[in-house]
Design a protein around this ligand. Structure first.
Ligand code: FAD
Length: 262
């Protein structure tokens, strides 16, 4: 037959396939590297699952699944949980079917298998969680409080205790230790992740982890958000108000593509 037409994802969209594949990879691969979950690592897992259950931007089925995991994990009163019993719980959830059997990268598809994929989807998950949490907050008319720290520290704990790229985790922990505690609102949390992600992009530009088809840039580029780019006396500066509005729209549920036949 005819060779398959190679299609490229639309960079202005978020693909649910990437987010679902990130959940699969987190729960089945990264968490599964630990035969027994206990102590600080178990606490980090509980906190992260609880944030996922609250803010994961999925369809109801996916969210029900995360809710039931969120009930299951703390319900295990034991000081330690063998991964095998977590895995059994994953497999037994009726909704477990929402965890895809294989990984399908769409927006995170690299030009070679060793590029992009999971780390890309993890960034997208983190940005999406902070944006969903901000919108949830607005909805509930709740300001400040422990909200930004709940989600920021849960993400920090996941990276510290589970992210398989240990170099990445160490770099991220340095940034978190330097300033994460000072973040006071969900809007600041959204901007914190955007700014730190750009720092990572700057550090990695031109290195071996850069997919030549997806150069590391200071993001978003003009074609995604022109008003985000300002100039003061000829020097480029970001328009933070425009950035925040853009991030809230880019990582919103409305910008997510649900049924991509990847
Ligand atoms: P990614 O940087 O993964 O970005 C994914 C998508 O997010 C982009 O395609 C774009 O649509 C969007 N995006 C880009 N920039 C921003 C931004 N500023 N704000 C919001 N959205 C944005 N790799 C290393 O080699 N060394 C490290 O130390 C390292 N640290 C990491 C730390 C963390 C927490 C994570 C999640 C990953 C880290 N990585 C590190 C991996 C690296 O950052 C990339 O994820 C990987 O190289 C794949 O790059 P990518 O081209 O898919 O784009």
């Amino acid at each position: 037959g005819a060779p398959p037409v190679r299609t490229f994802a639309d960079r202005s969209k978020i693909y649910m396939s990437d987010l679902e594949s990130s959940l699969h990879y987190i729960l089945r691969v990264e968490v599964g590297k630990f035969k027994v979950l206990e102590g600080e690592r178990l606490r980090a897992l509980k906190n992260f699952v609880s944030v996922l259950a609250k803010y994961y931007p999925g369809q109801p089925l996916g969210r029900n699944f995360l809710h039931s995991m969120d009930v299951w994990v703390p319900w295990q009163q034991r000081k330690s949980i063998p991964y095998s019993s977590l895995e059994a719980a994953l497999n037994n959830r009726r909704e477990g079917a929402v965890l895809p059997k294989k990984l399908t990268w769409v927006g995170c598809q690299g030009s070679e298998p060793h590029f992009r994929g999971f780390p890309c989807s993890l960034w997208i998950l983190f940005h999406s969680l902070t944006v969903q949490a901000a919108q949830h907050n607005e909805y509930l008319q709740q300001k400040g409080g422990k909200y930004p720290q709940e989600i920021l520290q849960a993400i920090r704990g996941y990276v510290k205790f589970f992210f398989g790229c240990r170099d990445c985790a160490n770099h991220f922990e340095q940034m978190a230790a330097a300033s994460m505690d000072q973040v006071k609102s969900m809007d600041e949390a959204i901007l914190w992740f955007w700014n730190r992600h750009n720092r990572v992009n700057a550090r990695l530009a031109g290195t071996a982890s850069e997919d030549p088809r997806f150069p590391k840039i200071q993001w978003p580029p003009r074609d995604l958000c022109n008003p985000c780019h300002n100039e003061v006396e000829g020097a480029p500066v970001w328009n933070l108000g425009a950035i925040l509005a853009f991030l809230k729209s880019h990582f919103s549920a409305r910008n997510m593509v649900f049924n991509h036949m990847g």
